[in-house]
Design a protein around this ligand. Structure first.
Ligand SMILES: *Cc1c(COP(=O)(O)O)cnc(C)c1O
Length: 234
C-alpha cells in the first residue's frame, strides 16, 4: 500500500517539477530559483514522510489543529513548515511554535501576537504578507489590500522575532491570474526596499503555477497536483 502511494507521489512530483521547469524555461528563468512547497492539508503525516524521502523540503498547512499534530509526528524530518491559512490571533502562539514561515499575515493585530509568541519561545519566524489581489477587494478570502501593505511591512520590520520575508497571494476567483501575479510582483518590489535577506514571492497553486512562475514567483504552493483531490476526504 505504502509502496504504491510512494510511486503515485513520485510520479505526481515528477509531473509538477516538469511543469515548473518548462514554465521557468519559457521565460528564461532558472528553475532552481523556484521552491516547490507541497500543501499537505487533509493528508496524513505518513504522506509528509513519503514526500520527505522524495526530496521535498517545504510543506504547508492551513489549519492549526491539523498542522500541530502533523508537525509533531514529523519533527524528525527537518522540513520547513509553512502556515498558509487564515490566522486567528488566539492561534498565533500555537502556530509560532512550529511554523518556520507564516505566509498569511494580513492584518496588524497578528504581528504583535506572533512576535510575542515567537520571542517567548525563543524562535525566529519568517513572515510573508498575504495580499488581496482582487479588484475590488474580496473580503473574507484573506489578504491585506495593496494600499495597506507598506504599513503592515513596517510593523513586521519593527518586530523582534519576526523577519519580513516576502509576499503571498492567491489568484482572485475571477479573471486572469497572470495579471494579478504581475501586480503582486511589482508590489513586492516596493516592499522589498524595506529590508534585507532572501525574499519570497509565494504565488501559484496546482491550477495556475505556470502563470505564477511566468510572473516571477519564487515559491509555488501545490496541493492536489501532488497528493490528489481533497474533495473525497473532506
Ligand atoms: C490549498 C491551498 C493551496 C494548494 O491548492 P491546490 O489547488 O490543491 O494546489 C495553495 N495555497 C493556499 C493558500 C491553499 O489554501
Amino acid at each position: 500500500m505504502t509502496g504504491s502511494r510512494l510511486e503515485e507521489l513520485a510520479a505526481n512530483l515528477e509531473d509538477v517539477r516538469a511543469r515548473i521547469e518548462s514554465a521557468a524555461r519559457a521565460v528564461g528563468r532558472d528553475p532552481a530559483e523556484i521552491t516547490l512547497v507541497v500543501v499537505t492539508k487533509t493528508w496524513p503525516a505518513t504522506d509528509v514522510r513519503l514526500l520527505a524521502t522524495l526530496g521535498i523540503t517545504d510543506v504547508a498547512e492551513n489549519r492549526d489543529q491539523e498542522a500541530r499534530p502533523k508537525h509533531e509526528a514529523c519533527a524528525d524530518l527537518g522540513l520547513r513548515w509553512h502556515f498558509i491559512g487564515q490566522l486567528q490571533r488566539n492561534k498565533a502562539r500555537s502556530v509560532a511554535s512550529y511554523a518556520d514561515v507564516v505566509e498569511s499575515v494580513d492584518r496588524a493585530e497578528l504581528v504583535p501576537a506572533l512576535d510575542h509568541a515567537a520571542t517567548a519561545l525563543g524562535r525566529r519566524v519568517d513572515v510573508l504578507l498575504q495580499v488581496d489581489l482582487a479588484d475590488p477587494p474580496q473580503p473574507g478570502r484573506g489578504g491585506v489590500i495593496p494600499a495597506e501593505v507598506a504599513a503592515l511591512a513596517e510593523l513586521v520590520l519593527a518586530a523582534e522575532s519576526l523577519r519580513l520575508a516576502g509576499v503571498m497571494a492567491v489568484a482572485p476567483l475571477d479573471g486572469a491570474p497572470r495579471l494579478a501575479f504581475d501586480r503582486l510582483v511589482s508590489l513586492a518590489a516596493t516592499v522589498r526596499g524595506h529590508g534585507p535577506g532572501p525574499w519570497a514571492i509565494s504565488a501559484g497553486m496546482s491550477g495556475d503555477l505556470e502563470e505564477a512562475v511566468a510572473s516571477g514567483a519564487t515559491h509555488v504552493r501545490v496541493g492536489s497536483a501532488v497528493l490528489g483531490g481533497r474533495a473525497l476526504l473532506r
